[in-house]
Design a protein around this ligand. Sequence first.
Ligand code: FES
Ligand SMILES: [Fe+2]
Length: 379
Amino acid sequence: MHKQKQIQIAKHLLELKDARTTDLAGNIFRQKKSDYVSQDVAQREKDILFRNYPLLICLSCEIVNPGDYFCDDFSGVPIIVIRTSEGEVSAFRNICRHRGARLACDKGSHLRKFSCPYHAWSYATDTGDLISIPFNQGFDEIDKQEYGLVKLPVIEQYGMVFVQPTPGDEIELDDYLDGFAEDLAGFNLTAYHHFETRVLEAPLNWKLVVDTFMETYHLSTLHGNTVSAYLHNNLCHFDALGPHLRMTGARKTIDQLRDSAEEDWDLLAHTALVYVLFPNTVFIMQGDHLETWRVYPGVNPNESRMYVSLYTPELSTTESTRRHWNNNMDLLMATVLDEDFPLASNIQKDFAVCDNLLLFGRNEPALQHFHKTLADRLA
Ligand code: FES
Ligand SMILES: [Fe+2]
């Protein structure tokens, strides 16, 4: 993020704090609770949002060397991305063309070709071409060129890897990222390292998981014993970035900025920068590290699955740095798993009997923007 933008946001946060207010939307927004429980809405979301949009799959640091690969099983299309011998990134449907077995799972390294664990058909990692069929005679009628892996559009930029789960044209990433691209360019994620990923399931609609992160209005009540110690309640700066958004929450240290010259201000040190990368990724720059929540629908509308990852600017080589990042991960899990999710799972259960219209207040502009964008893209 450019220095001028950092200064502008920091100044605005200090003004909001002095005025005891927060960024406000023009009006209250009424959100249908049925969008969180409807099978029809859930299916449209899967068909549109989780098929036709670029999805963040991993950071470049997770597939550094040729043969490193990474699988994503939650979008509805099993995806495998791999670093080829040329150093490029390829992406395919993780489905063998013989009888549909997955070629690999989780992540790994040193893969020189995809070799199916079922009957050992093998495929090239760069093109997906079918290389060999054991006992070829059994399949001598087929044209091997037609039985390569299904290639998916993929792009690696800003230290991130995006895949579109449906085959098609190349991803125009900067068009898609809109105003988020400028911020990303300044984060230098190409230098980051993967610390840990946890895979979670929750009895919540996937949007309810994303909603959790989009306002600071609940910090002092729900998180009185955890993150409320670090972040101000109901104080944030909001910007819509095309379909994405940036919500900047103020740390309790933000007043320290008043003691130094503007050109020395470091916004990241005194805020939590929460982005929603449309449709399903919450991307949080937490001062000294990055957290991502890649959230997917489950089988039913009241279920979700997600990958929660923590990335650090430096490699953790000592016991004390590992302890430091473990503590960060533990705080994150304690806040979300012990506080946000139990409360939200009751909300999900009680949707059956609550009013159809939920309220997103003027002080919850990020929620409003996310749900208006969803409605627009699903219409
Ligand atoms: S399913 Fe892959 S080789 Fe048979
Ligand atoms: Fe929360």
